[in-house]
Design a protein around this ligand. Structure first.
Ligand code: PLP
Length: 676
């Protein structure tokens, strides 16, 4: 019996899950329901609350909130805090480790007040604290973290203000630990503490020789920007000893960089850090905390590899390494087990928010609607290209593809030499793209040379125009080639047949996504498979795992600015299993302009003066002038993103007709473009 061809198989949501890697990067928190919609499972249980993203979108629309919108799932945020703390507690208990875990959330990862409040609230039973790296962050942390048992850690470069604020925290009875990153900070701190009559809690950041892995590997190693070398640590201890202040020294810290991809890196760093800790402890210094910094990664592409956007370990693997390695070293060195601290922000915040946007149009390579009818005196290249189209069969695909590419190149030369006219060039290009499309329809049956197959896929991929700004919503995709899961939110029970890249609405050619996760290998794909756009219908897509760093590092390119935001809470009693607790309006045009020193009132008045002038000159009717000025004012108060993106209905229609329809997606059913 003939082998069933891939495209003859019925497409199921399981196929979609595999294609988009939802179960792999989704960590049990995302799945697909029977309707083919993405769902959120805050409790990681299929029999628990299940939030259908389509219902969320409908409710957002009903509230007149425009897209793009950030959706925050507070239950996911809480679940991450609980999961990290419980894993530490569990491993500590199993290992018979003597210390406790006092984790802190580094607020630089996402300083949004609601995010920090939620983390503090969920972390209260575990005395989960905060970490700050700047004066402003410290001001937020001091006011927000009121739990006297949890830690507030001050890292980063400091001036007198930072130190003074941290010491005020001590005066308020809080466990504020100041980490010395540069030796020169220490004498300054001791002097200030003396002046203020405060006993500081001091930490030392060690500059490990063990190097990080992944994109932020430079945060560690001898060339790292922060931390004290071993001679500097010894000098710091000497200084404290001389001043009889050794009892201020409470914590040893290191940080090997964010998003550590390889667990071996963590093992090496913990081993080196543990030895340093133990040797200091043996000097009869009452260190109490061992702080392993950040680094706990997120498997953005679901590949479980050491690729930059992945990790080859689980949270439990990481926690077990921290606890067991430290325990072993302490036991061997016969020193007390210290309390454990980690500064895991990415792990806590990444999965709780996503950006939902609408794809509203597409750009197809090649214009498929040009009339290619033969004419009596047409150039031989046109005739040859048409013949190739007619001769194309499954068995000669490779040959025809080569010949078509060659004729296309010759045609461009001929055009540049003035031998070929515009009409002929248009026909050749149209026929070329039609040949490519036909070849693609055969591609499931025939194996093209891989190089050609990939090239063809990329060449034929469409660009979906998406109503959002990559600069604002996923800056790391541009800055460090970070991959994020980007997926359609509906029609997941339909075979996706269009390969595309995504173009945002900034006027910047960098504003596009052409690298997509490949959950099987971790090596990025150059296109994403999606569904054909339907005329007059928005196609909703989401970028996931954007809760860490992206929101706060996004920029104002083209003055798009902050996105609308909705905060979702799970409610098992509600028929939809959720409710929108709060919505926060994104930037209006006036606000975006004001951030760059424009005064909206001034702009409005200036425009009105120009309108008045035109009325005065008799060039504008007064009623129309007033309408124009009012419209300008309305726009100042409107959302910066596209409110009513303009569809191209005819274009969409043509695309829909030419696309391989999911329900009839056999090679035979792919109607080759008709030649006239
Ligand atoms: N702690 C320090 C000192 C950092 O510099 C960082 C970020 O690089 C973090 C914690 C957060 O680490 P992560 O992104 O791995 O959560």
């Amino acid at each position: 019996m003939a082998k069933t061809k891939d495209r003859d198989k019925v497409w199921t949501t399981k196929d979609a899950d595999e294609l988009y890697g939802i179960s792999r990067w989704g960590n049990g928190q995302f799945s697909i329901n029977d309707k083919g919609h993405l769902v959120i499972l805050p409790e990681k249980r299929l029999d628990g609350p299940m939030i259908d993203i389509t219902e969320v979108i409908e409710e957002i629309k009903a509230k007149n909130i425009s897209f793009p919108t950030v959706i925050r799932f507070h239950d996911i945020l809480r679940a991450q805090v609980v999961s990290l703390n419980r894993t530490f507690r569990d491993v500590i208990e199993n290992a018979g480790y003597q210390g406790h875990y006092y984790g802190v959330y580094p607020i630089k990862v996402n300083q949004t007040r609601e995010v920090v409040e939620e983390i503090i609230d969920a972390g209260t039973p575990y005395n989960f604290g905060l970490e700050a790296c700047s004066k402003t962050e410290l001001m937020a942390a001091l006011a927000m973290n009121t739990n006297r048992e949890s830690l507030t850690i001050l890292n980063g470069h400091k001036d007198e203000d930072n130190l003074r604020l941290a010491l005020i925290g001590r005066k308020l009875g809080r466990k504020v630990i100041i980490t010395i990153e540069k030796f020169s900070e220490l004498p300054h701190l001791l002097k200030l503490a003396e002046e203020m009559g405060v006993e500081p809690l001091i930490g030392l950041r060690a500059k490990l020789v063990a190097e990080g892995s992944g994109r932020w590997a430079d945060s560690s190693g001898e060339k790292a920007k922060f931390g004290l070398t071993i001679p500097e640590i010894m000098n710091a201890i000497k200084l404290l000893e001389e001043q009889k202040k050794l009892d201020y020294l409470k914590l040893l810290h290191f940080h090997v960089g964010s998003q550590v991809t390889n667990i071996r890196t963590m093992k090496e760093a913990i081993t080196e850090g543990a030895r340093i800790y133990a040797k200091i402890a043996k000097m009869n210094i009452g260190l109490e905390y061992f702080d392993v910094g950040g680094g706990l990664g997120v498997d953005y592409d679901g590949s479980r590899t050491t690729q930059d956007s992945s990790t080859n370990y689980t949270t439990r693997d990481y926690v077990e390494d921290v606890v067991y390695i430290l325990k072993q070293v302490c036991d061997l060195e016969e020193v007390k087990h210290p309390h454990l601290v980690s500064e895991s922000g990415r792990f806590i915040a990444a999965s709780h928010s996503c950006v939902i946007f609408n794809a509203f149009d597409h750009i197809r390579p090649g214009n498929l609607q040009y009339n290619t009818d033969p004419t009596t005196s047409e150039h031989i290249l046109v005739t040859n290209m048409r013949d190739l189209f007619k001769d194309l069969k499954a068995k000669n695909v490779q040959e025809i593809y080569n010949d078509a590419a060659s004729i296309k190149a010759q045609a461009i030369n001929a055009f540049n030499l003035g031998v070929l006219g515009l009409d002929e060039r248009a026909k050749i290009e149209t026929l070329y793209w039609q040949i490519c499309q036909k070849i693609e329809a055969y591609a499931q049956e025939i194996k093209l040379v891989p190089e050609h197959s990939n090239r063809l896929k990329y060449d034929l991929s469409e660009q979906y125009l998406c109503n959002f700004s990559i600069f604002q919503s996923m800056p790391d995709a541009l800055a460090v080639d970070q991959l994020f899961p980007v997926i359609p939110l509906t029609r997941l029970n339909e075979r996706p047949t269009v390969s595309c890249t995504l173009a945002d609405i900034t006027c910047d050619s960098d504003g596009k996504i052409s690298h997509f996760i490949n959950p099987r290998t971790g090596k990025a794909n150059s296109y994403l498979l999606v569904h054909p756009l339907r005329p007059q219908e928005h196609y909703y897509m989401g970028v996931f795992l954007t809760g860490a760093y992206q929101e706060v590092m996004g920029d104002m390119h083209n003055l798009f600015g902050a996105l609308n935001e909705v905060h979702i809470f799970c409610d098992d009693e509600d028929p939809t299993d959720f409710y929108i607790e709060e919505s926060i309006a994104g930037a209006t045009c006036a606000q975006a302009l004001e951030q760059l020193q424009y005064n909206a009132q001034y702009l409005s008045t200036t425009l009105k003066k120009q309108v008045d002038l035109q009325i005065h000159r008799g060039k504008l009717n007064p009623r129309e002038g007033v309408r124009m000025a009012d419209f300008y004012d309305d726009c100042l108060q409107s959302y910066t993103y596209l409110a009513n993106p303009i569809f191209a209905p005819a274009y969409c229609q043509a695309a829909a007709e030419l696309s391989i329809n999911a329900s009839t997606s056999t090679p035979e059913s792919v109607a080759p473009v008709q030649l006239n």
